[in-house]
Design a protein around this ligand. Structure first.
Ligand code: BJW
Length: 234
């Protein structure tokens, strides 16, 4: 690993929030064992059965009130405060635990549970309430709000900014993600094309673990604070 990185891109996935009590997607007992992905995480599933999809996200949004950030979220917030170089924190997670852990600059490439997207006027607006009761859009009043999350077949947010950061970073770190979903799963190769060092911090080897120059396996709540200590010099 680069001893003193100047520009770091961090990608987080569901594993970083697992120790906070939020289910991952693909682990045993994860969300995709309880729900069909094509029913709840595709535009086609939403068109077929909006009540099912709105209810699925209403439950997950409400559950955020019962969970708290863990040591891994807090360590990344400390890194944001104390690292003197460039840092981009990209999360695939739709929860708000990075923000509640103290990170001020988080790029949610797969959207956010606490945001609504109006299918009529296209506005994205902070949203903390249910949607299955079809509330009106605060801007155009149409009852056409959907969760502001990125489903399969949709374009993730801010890809230009992410690719620009990957092309200039000297360290890419992937935390708590299975490497099963693109384009995020390809970031390690994008970073390597830019000659960056690449580090995986995950409970177990991810699907793309062989692409990383270094991989450490264990719970994020232990690995991430240790790594942040190393970067900041103890
Ligand atoms: C711990 C831990 C602990 C546990 N400590 N670790 C064929 C080939 C290639 C690509 C495609 C293809 N067919 C279709 C595609 C594209 C498709 C795709 O990737 N499909 C795959 C199934 C193959 N992708 C898309 O459609 C995306 N859009 C797109 O590609 O647009 C075109 C484009 C073109 C060019 C450039 C850019 C774009 C959109 C993907 C949207 C994904 N949406 C979801 C739902 C979001 C809303 C919601 O939350 O409900 O995003 S799916 C779900 O998976 C969610 C997650 O963000 C995402 C990734 O999951 P994640 O975070 O990795 O979780 P898990 O559960 O998989 O893994 C958890 C990991 O943590 C595990 O490894 C554990 O071991 C570990 N862990 N506890 C540390 N304590």
């Amino acid at each position: 690993m680069t001893d003193q990185p100047k520009s770091i891109v961090i990608l987080t996935g569901a594993g970083i929030s697992a120790e906070s009590g939020i289910d991952t997607f693909r682990d045993a007992g994860g969300l995709w064992e309880k729900h069909q992905v094509e029913d709840v995480a595709t535009p086609e599933g939403f068109a077929r059965d909006p009540d099912l999809v709105l209810g699925f996200y209403d439950l997950r949004r409400a559950a955020l009130g019962k969970v708290h950030p863990n040591e891994a979220h807090r360590a990344l917030a400390r890194l944001e405060r104390e690292f003197p170089g460039e840092l981009l924190l990209v999360t695939q997670n739709v929860d708000d635990l990075h923000e509640r852990g103290g990170s001020d600059r988080v790029l949610h490439m797969h959207g956010e549970l606490k945001s609504a997207l109006c299918q009529s006027c296209g506005i994205r607006t902070p949203w903390d309430a249910a949607m299955s009761n079809r509330p009106p859009c605060p801007v155009c009043q149409a009852p056409t709000l959907r969760p502001d999350v990125v489903w399969f077949g949709e374009m993730p947010y801010q890809m230009e900014r992410i690719y620009a950061a990957l092309s200039q970073c000297d360290l890419f770190v992937s935390i708590g993600t299975s490497g099963a979903v693109y384009p995020a799963a390809g970031f390690v190769q994008d970073a390597r094309a830019a000659r960056a060092a690449t580090l995986e911090l995950n409970l177990e080897p991810s699907e793309g673990t062989h692409h990383f120059t270094e991989a450490r396996h264990g719970p994020a709540g232990e690995l991430v604070p240790q790594w942040v200590d190393e970067v900041l010099g103890g």
